[in-house]
Design a protein around this ligand. Structure first.
Ligand SMILES: *Cc1c(COP(=O)(O)O)cnc(C)c1O
Length: 317
């Protein structure tokens, strides 16, 4: 898998942004460590998902590209597939829940994708997608459980450790585990002593339970504000990779997630969506006690104005 991350990095080198790494001296003083934030909220489409989407679609055959691709996603994977489809001239059809953030649905349509909405309370997105696959010639690009997607997502940590080789820890959020498994494979190959932690909302702790028990736990449609991590469970590829390469899985409360979003906004002047704030939430709530140089992946910045207003008006610094 590490070789696949390296070739993904080559493939992405002229299309993906090399995202900035930011620090906060206020935070470093509070925590007594140096925290580096890898800002994938500044990636194309506002999230790391661009990397996996491009790496996957770019490797399809001409025939597959001609027929178009299908994806299901609560948001950022949808936008990423739609954007890459537009870049590479491939038609895209996206199955999205009707309660996904308005910004995510609108921008997916804006990239020219055909959006098919479903009701997550009564329908399973995999089923909706399966029916479409039967009827069409589309190629499915799943949001996380796919080698090219995982390899693409792994380029975040690859790029991070290239610019910051002395990180002793990398912290990443976890939904279906595409980002976390890619992160862990990259980190352990480049810097075997680097610790890798995965963070989930307490309300969506299926991966933490799976990691600790060794048995796959499933939580359909958990009610967390971190919509990027509402995936029901880890995948057939991501679960074993996470079990092998990740050092620990930890959870954070909804309040901690919101406090982290506020910190990014008020102190660092950056817009981070709740899923992107899980790493900082783990540090600020003391779930992880950092030492030395620690890397945190900010996974995305796509948040509805109304959600941001609610979070910012709850409490201020
Ligand atoms: C998709 C996503 C996640 C979770 O990534 P997985 O690969 O599903 O674990 C976290 N944050 C954001 C912003 C996302 O879009």
């Amino acid at each position: 898998m590490f070789e696949k991350i390296q070739s993904a990095y080559q493939r992405l080198s002229h299309v993906a942004h090399k995202t900035p790494v930011l620090t906060s001296s206020t935070l470093n003083k509070q925590l007594g460590a140096t925290i580096y934030f890898k800002c994938e909220n500044f990636q194309r489409v506002g999230a790391f998902k661009f990397r996996g989407a491009f790496n996957s679609i770019a490797q399809l055959s001409d025939e597959q590209k001609k027929c178009g691709v299908l994806a299901y996603s609560s948001g950022n994977h949808a936008q990423a597939i739609a954007c890459v489809g537009q870049l590479l001239g491939v038609a895209t059809t996206i199955v999205m829940p009707n309660d996904a953030p308005v910004t995510k649905i609108a921008s997916t349509k804006g990239y020219g994708a055909t959006v098919i909405e479903y009701d997550p309370q009564t329908q399973q997105r995999e089923k909706v997608a399966e029916e479409l696959l039967h009827e069409t010639q589309l190629t499915l690009i799943p949001p996380f459980d796919h080698e090219s997607v995982i390899a693409g997502q792994g380029t975040v940590a690859y790029e991070f450790l290239q610019s910051h080789p002395s990180l002793n820890t990398i912290i990443a959020p976890c939904g279906g585990g595409g980002l976390l498994s890619g992160t862990a494979v990259a980190a352990k190959n480049m810097q075997p002593t680097c610790q890798v932690y995965g963070i989930e909302p307490e309300l969506a702790n299926d991966a933490t339970l799976s990691f600790k028990t060794g048995k796959l736990h499933v939580k359909p449609n958990p009610p967390t504000i971190a919509d990027g991590t509402r995936t029901a469970c880890l995948g057939q590829l991501t679960f074993p990779l996470i079990q092998t390469y990740v050092d620990d899985m930890l959870t954070v409360s909804e309040d901690a997630i919101k406090a982290a979003v506020r910190f990014f906004y008020y102190r660092m002047k950056i817009v981070v969506e709740p899923s992107g704030a899980l790493g900082l939430a783990a540090l600020m709530s003391g779930v992880i006690k950092p030492q030395g140089e620690v890397g945190v992946i900010i996974s995305g910045g796509n948040i509805d104005a109304n959600t941001m207003i609610d979070i910012l008006s709850e409490k201020s610094f």
